[in-house]
Design a protein around this ligand. Structure first.
Ligand SMILES: Nc1nc2c(ncn2[C@@H]2O[C@H](COP(=O)(O)OP(=O)(O)O)[C@@H](O)[C@H]2O)c(=O)[nH]1
Ligand SMILES: [Mg+2]
Length: 332
């Protein structure tokens, strides 16, 4: 028995791996809070990861992402696959801001042990949204979920980044959700592996599909990478079987030709960079009270007694202070 086998972290890892939901929720809380115990646990389980299929779903608010995820989850349950859902959306029905019509079906899902739903606030997540959602998705993978879906509102760079950190990214648009220019500005077009035009029961679907097709036409995308465009009516379940089929087909193709492995490698490198960035930032600001140094350096400004301060100059001073202290630490 190694030292780690005796720890609480290892015990929790074993429980998550055995499929325990309470343990799963607990470990997710560690991840969300940036609890150092998560990193310890992660070291013990990272070799077990990679079995789950990970999907990112993003798009403008109100496009029908949550309704689609719910429908997909029900479909997968029918195929006896287990599901993990991470909803990063303060207005999502998963987070309790329930839309009346969705309550019944959500109830159905929430009673099903085969579906684990975790909702996350977008604010106050320690060390950034992408870091936390990657960790939480890993917990669901360890927990044995076949399909792990992360839903984010595609409004900001960090939300779009989260959707990219997956095996496959779905971008959901709807007629009446603004034009494709808006979606392009939000960076949604770059991340889409599959486009879903939802609310196909509404007018303007053909026009939206045409706009997307035009955009794809002008881009010089190799045929195999050209994102398919599917239409759905999530509220009625129309097009869900086709969408689920496309998801499986795209994943299978990417697995066979090595693109999946390549993407996972890319995601991992981006993730490690993020961890290093976070740790460095934490180090700089925490080490030997550099935050205080910043306050002191600018204190005169508010009282009107100080000389002007060079932002670059002070930043450089703080950094060189940090380096000196770091150097002193490694010498000691
Ligand atoms: N007419 C129509 N309404 C839909 C469809 N899909 C979702 N909705 C409705 O659109 C609203 C937003 O859906 P939601 O899934 O919460 O969107 P999200 O913000 O993208 O997660 C809800 O009132 C849904 O019932 C659809 O295919 N057709
Ligand atoms: Mg939603």
């Amino acid at each position: 028995m190694t030292a780690l086998d005796k720890t609480k972290e290892a015990e929790l890892v074993a429980r998550v791996k055995a499929g325990e939901e309470v343990a799963c929720a607990r470990m997710m809380t560690w991840a969300e809070r940036g609890d150092p115990r998560f990193a310890v646990a992660y070291d013990a389980f990272h070799a077990d990861l990679g079995r789950a299929r990970r999907l990112g779903i993003t798009g403008p608010p109100g496009a029908g992402k949550s309704t689609l995820v719910e429908r997909l989850a029900l479909h997968w349950r029918g195929l006896d696959r287990t599901v993990g859902i991470v909803a990063v959306d303060p207005t999502s029905p998963f987070t309790g801001g329930a839309l009346l019509g969705d309550r019944v079906r959500m109830g159905e899902l929430s009673l099903d042990k085969g579906v684990f739903i975790r909702s996350m606030a977008t604010r106050g997540v320690f060390g950034g949204l992408a870091r936390a959602t990657d960790d939480i998705a890993d917990v669901l993978d360890l927990n044995g979920r076949d399909m792990v879906v992360v839903e984010t509102v595609g409004v900001g760079q960090s939300e779009v980044d989260v959707a990219k950190s997956s095996d496959l990214t779905l971008v959901v648009l709807h007629p009446g959700g603004g034009d494709t220019i808006q979606a392009m500005k939000a960076g949604l077009m770059e991340v889409a592996d599959i486009y879903v035009v939802n609310k196909a029961d509404r007018p303007g679907v053909d026009r939206l599909v045409q706009q997307l097709t035009d955009i794809l036409d002008v881009r010089d995308i190799p045929l195999q990478d050209r994102p398919p465009i599917l239409t759905t009516v999530a509220t009625e379940g129309t097009g869900i079987v086709e969408l689920a089929g496309q998801i499986d087909a795209s994943l299978a193709e990417r697995e066979a030709d090595g693109r999946l492995a390549g993407r996972r490698g890319e995601n991992l490198r981006r993730r490690i960079r993020r961890i290093v960035d976070g740790r460095l930032r934490q180090d700089v600001w925490e080490l030997a009270g550099l935050s205080e140094r910043l306050d002191q350096g600018t204190a005169g400004l508010e009282s009107g007694t100080g000389a002007s301060v060079s932002a670059y100059g002070l930043a450089e001073e703080i950094l060189s202070d940090y380096r000196e202290r770091r150097h002193g630490e490694t010498q000691a």
